[in-house]
Design a protein around this ligand. Structure first.
Ligand SMILES: *Cc1c(COP(=O)(O)O)cnc(C)c1O
Length: 383
């Protein structure tokens, strides 16, 4: 992409996170759901973008409610943002109430044993420590069974305990016409009737972007904040936020009939130029992105041209067919684009047979330098 030297400290590549784009996306989602509080889901290291810088930028932009998956993620968030509200989606880990209280983490309670444990500690301290409730309306993953609704309500009212929020999660929001979302909405409304006046939350990114009926009092976008595609089969309106570039190690010529890489599964069918770059499956570049004589694989860009991977993906190396660049070949040390303006997270995901979420959350394995573009410095215009 550029002629900048490879990293002087010997790191393989450079992952650039555009915090301005992330903030812009979060604000845009807020405008789509104007009646609701816009939280930010920052689990899995803020979808691979880096929890501390990303959550800090979002908090500076006005985000006050954050969702993590695990209590240790909650602690890491608490260490950088002492005053925000932190919900732990995985709920209360058995025996961990003191940890949640010490770090002001709110469990999203999702089973009767979790509820009992939280109520016990509230009674012991005579204090209503805040928590949310998660009801399962059709995923069979986490959440109280709907048949437990009355029991949960009665158990809380024994102590006059008001939960911070009642939530559920949509299974098929990424397919807006899927009838399961309607069914889940109706079931969620029966739950809410038992908790009058308590704020409700149902929508992830796709739910938020597809239907106002899913907004309630709080929306919980993740993927769209990071620029990923939330809804299939339509253009992705979010700003692209992630660029990954890795250096070329060498460029070689290969003759017709030779093969490339492990297993010798990719034969060279014409005089070719091959660039070998410092990237591999150990960096989260999936082995499924390999190519062979009968299968296309991942894509790598150089000089604005999108080029095909050749051969299998190695642990630390990827080979790219750069023949079509003619004389404009990259040189050792030049960066090639793995993700960025020419190859979106979702395009790379499609090539690997996975989803953008997995591409993003796999970035944390990478041997990259991380560069953060500050929202203020780079002044992404609103709108
Ligand atoms: C991960 C998650 C979200 C965010 O989902 P996106 O599809 O990334 O917007 C919201 N709610 C729950 C319960 C989640 O687990």
């Amino acid at each position: 992409m550029s002629n900048a030297p490879a990293h002087p400290q010997g790191l393989a590549g450079r992952l650039t996170v555009d915090l301005g784009a992330i903030v812009k996306n979060w604000r845009a989602l807020g405008r789509v759901s104007p009646g609701a509080l816009t939280a930010a889901v920052v689990k899995a290291d803020a979808y691979g973008t880096g929890l501390a810088p990303t959550a800090t930028a979002l908090a500076e932009a006005g985000a006050q409610f954050f969702f993590v998956a695990t209590p240790d993620e909650g602690l890491r968030l608490r260490q950088v943002l002492p005053d925000v509200h932190v919900f732990v989606l995985n709920g209360l880990y058995p025996g961990a109430t003191d940890f949640y209280l010490a770090h002001k983490l709110m469990p999203v309670l999702s089973s009767v044993p979790m509820l009992e444990e939280w109520m016990d500690v509230c009674v012991a301290h005579n204090e209503a420590f805040p928590a949310a409730l998660h009801f399962d309306t059709g995923m069979n993953r986490l959440g109280f069974r709907l048949s437990d609704t009355a029991l949960v309500r009665d158990r809380l009212s024994e102590f006059g305990y008001l939960p911070q929020m009642v939530m559920s999660h949509l299974a098929c929001a990424d397919q807006p016409s899927h009838e399961k979302s309607r069914t889940q909405l109706a079931l969620f409304q029966t739950v809410l009737a038992q908790f009058p006046g308590i704020p409700a939350s149902l929508a992830n990114s796709a739910g938020l972007m597809s239907n106002r009926d899913f907004h309630f009092q709080m929306v919980r976008p993740g993927i769209a904040v990071y620029g990923g595609r939330a809804i299939g089969g339509r253009p992705n309106p979010m700003a692209h936020a992630i660029t990954l570039e890795v250096p070329v190690l060498q460029v070689r010529s290969a003759r017709t009939g030779e093969t490339v890489g492990y297993g010798a599964t990719h034969s060279v069918d014409k005089e070719s130029r091959i660039a070998t770059i410092a990237l591999g499956y150990a960096d989260g570049f999936f082995r499924h992105l390999g190519a062979s004589s009968t299968k296309t694989g991942g894509r790598i860009a150089f000089g604005g041209r999108v080029l095909p991977v050749m051969g299998r993906i190695s642990m630390d190396l990827v080979t790219v067919d750069v023949t079509e660049l003619g004389d404009a070949l990259p040189r050792p040390g030049d960066f090639m684009e793995v993700l960025g303006p020419h190859i979106s997270v979702d395009e790379q995901a499609d090539a690997a047979g996975t989803i953008g979420y997995e591409v993003l959350t796999s970035l944390k394995q990478g041997r990259y330098e991380r560069v953060y573009l500050d929202p203020a410095e780079h002044g992404h215009a609103e709108g």
